[in-house]
Design a protein around this ligand. Structure first.
Ligand code: 5GP
Length: 137
């Protein structure tokens, strides 16, 4: 499947649209979800152009999962939660809406999550939380 370089996360990677970034390195970017399913909902993406988990080489995936691990740890310490839901959708048939591989880190119990990508969050709150999470990274 061909990668759509105009998807919203590709634009975030190119800084064409703004985002609340919490972590960035040569291989990955982590930023806040603007329609959070719970407070602190964060997304981790590879810089590699992959649409789903099946489109990324193992070494790039390893870098991505290392960032997932770092961000999860920062979420736990910043928000003082014990549990983080890690979610990743593959293909529109599974509900994926942005065609660039991404991992959702949602620091809440599965049963309490808001609906997926349904409602814009409070940008001031999200920004304030992003500042705290970034400081923990
Ligand atoms: P998916 O449905 O592809 O697994 O998840 C896409 C996620 O991206 C959703 O949780 C949605 O809230 C989030 N999202 C959609 N558009 C934007 C955007 O412009 N900026 C940010 N930061 N998140 C977005």
């Amino acid at each position: 499947m061909s990668y759509d370089s105009n998807n919203i996360f590709a634009k975030i990677l190119r800084d064409e649209i703004p985002s609340f970034k919490v972590y960035e390195d040569d291989y990955t970017l982590a930023f806040m979800d603007i329609m959070p399913q719970a407070e602190g909902h964060t997304l981790v993406i590879p810089k590699f152009e992959a649409e789903t988990l099946l489109d990324i080489p193992a070494d790039e995936l390893t870098h991505t999962m290392t960032t997932v691990q770092k961000v999860m740890s920062a979420l736990k310490s910043t928000l003082g939660v014990d549990g983080v839901v890690l979610m990743q959708l593959n293909g529109s048939a599974a509900g994926q809406t942005v065609p660039h591989l991404h991992f959702h880190l949602i620091p809440e119990h599965l049963s309490k999550l808001n609906r997926h990508g349904a409602q814009m969050g409070d940008m001031d709150k999200i920004k304030a939380l992003a500042d705290k999470i970034r400081a923990a990274l």
